[in-house]
Design a protein around this ligand. Structure first.
Ligand code: FAD
Ligand code: DHB
Length: 390
């Protein structure tokens, strides 16, 4: 089988890239290791920057997002018994974020792809990348006991942090920068009204907590837990007890404890691979970088990668120019490193680092107090949170 582009991974990066390419008449196939239902069962991001919302509109997939997404003009930082609102809109020249689940983005993109009738191969096993350093790359996979081969012009590695694309690159050709944190986020999803109408990021002596949501009737809550903890250690009751203890009292009083529909622990990591292009292979999204979730940047960074990559590939086919694909890695990495910095900084400021001692704890409080008291400091938080320009 021959296609112009072979995309590995049907997460948000792969699906959004596929949709933008299909709209521009570029022929791309997507290979996904899991089933569509499995992909839809992963509960992840919830906060979208306007850049991602605009891309969904460009892809023709924003009808439900525009209808059901909750526009948030601010969020709260809670620390030392006080709460400070970051006025995103007022401090960023009118920008906001939209609360809309990654699962819904994925579903909308899957449906749009199915409506176009372009190919996605789910449950593709043993995907392997070949010859991407030359003019005729190939991708092989197994399905239903049969080996298949796709020949293409380009491969887009959109297969997440644990995918095969990045691991197919010789070690000598790639530099990897990493910080692993000693804790994770335990997340709980429940059909109960959110405790607060805007997100609350809370720093507490017992550890970080985040009150988020998916809708007016569905809450998404997180607490920092040691990496040694297992989900089974945390009954819903224990989760809500701990979550409430870390929130400001008046918010804790509004937490409605509802049965969890999903509960999972995500480890925290900062990671960047450089470069993001190897001959005719490009990495995009979590395949090339990971941020700790504290700044709500992972999915949004995937979107900016996809924007740069899609426009480069479309330029290649439409205008016979390689300027966009040649610039891809550098353009994407400039934005990635700034989001890495913001996510690392928010993580450092809001989490409990037991081994770091009292001095670091005081620095965190001073930093938060500075943000609460200085418009200049709060402005840099707002500017980064709504998303730096593409
Ligand atoms: P993925 O979503 O990981 O998709 C990769 C796909 O590739 C998967 O479907 C996988 O099955 C497939 N695949 C893997 N290996 C292979 C293979 N060998 N062959 C074929 N297919 C393969 N980001 C935000 O912007 N805002 C937030 O609020 C936010 N909150 C988060 C909260 C949590 C708890 C977590 C865990 C993450 C959060 N993120 C957030 C990050 C965001 O979810 C990720 O950055 C996003 O999923 C990246 O999309 P992706 O398509 O690049 O990778
Ligand atoms: C959510 C996740 C985040 O990482 C974040 O910073 C904000 C919200 C969420 O899942 O709702």
């Amino acid at each position: 089988m021959r296609h112009q582009v072979c995309i590995i991974g049907a997460g948000p990066s792969g699906l959004l890239l596929g949709q933008l390419l299909a709209k521009a008449g570029v022929d791309a196939v997507i290979l996904e290791a899991r089933s569509a239902d499995y992909v839809l069962s992963r509960i992840r991001a919830g906060v979208l920057e306007s850049g991602l919302v605009d891309l969904m509109r460009q892809a023709g997939c924003a009808e439900r997002l525009d209808r059901e997404g909750l526009v948030h003009d601010g969020f709260h930082l809670a620390f030392a018994g006080r709460t400070h609102r970051i006025d995103l809109k007022g401090l960023s020249g009118g920008k906001s974020v939209v609360v809309y689940g990654q699962t819904e983005i994925t579903r909308d993109l899957m449906e749009a792809r199915a409506a176009l009738g372009v190919p996605t191969i789910y449950e593709a096993q043993d995907v392997a990348l070949h010859d991407f350093d030359g003019p005729r790359p190939r991708v092989t996979y197994h399905k239903d006991g049969v080996t298949h081969e796709i020949t293409c012009d380009f491969i887009a590695g959109c297969d997440g942090f644990h995918g095969i694309a990045r691991r197919s690159v010789p070690e000598t050709a790639i530099a990897q920068f990493e910080r692993v944190y000693a804790f994770g986020w335990l997340g709980l999803l429940a059909d109960v009204p959110p405790a607060s109408n805007e997100l609350i990021y809370a720093r507490h002596e017992r550890g970080f907590a985040l009150a988020s949501m998916r809708s007016h009737t569905r809450s998404r809550y997180y607490i920092q837990v040691p990496l040694s903890d297992q989900v089974e250690d945390w009954s819903d009751e224990r989760f809500y007890d701990e979550f409430r203890r870390r929130l400001p009292e008046e918010v804790a009083a509004r937490v409605v404890p509802g049965a969890s529909m999903e509960k999972s622990i995500a480890p925290l990591r900062s990671f960047v691979a450089e470069p993001l292009r190897f001959g005719r292979l490009f990495l995009a999204g979590d395949a090339g970088h990971i941020v700790p979730p504290t700044g709500a940047k992972g999915l949004n960074l995937a979107a900016s990668d996809v924007h740069y990559l899609a426009s480069g590939l479309i330029e290649h086919y439409r205008d016979k120019s390689d300027a966009g694909i040649d610039a891809y890695s550098e353009r994407a990495l400039r934005r990635i490193w700034k989001a890495e910095r913001f996510s690392w900084w928010m993580t450092s400021m809001l989490h409990l680092f037991p081994e770091a001692g009292d001095f670091v704890a005081r620095m965190q409080l001073a930093e938060l107090d500075y943000i609460a008291g200085s418009e200049a400091a709060a402005t840099t938080v707002a500017e980064n949170y709504v998303g730096l320009p593409f």
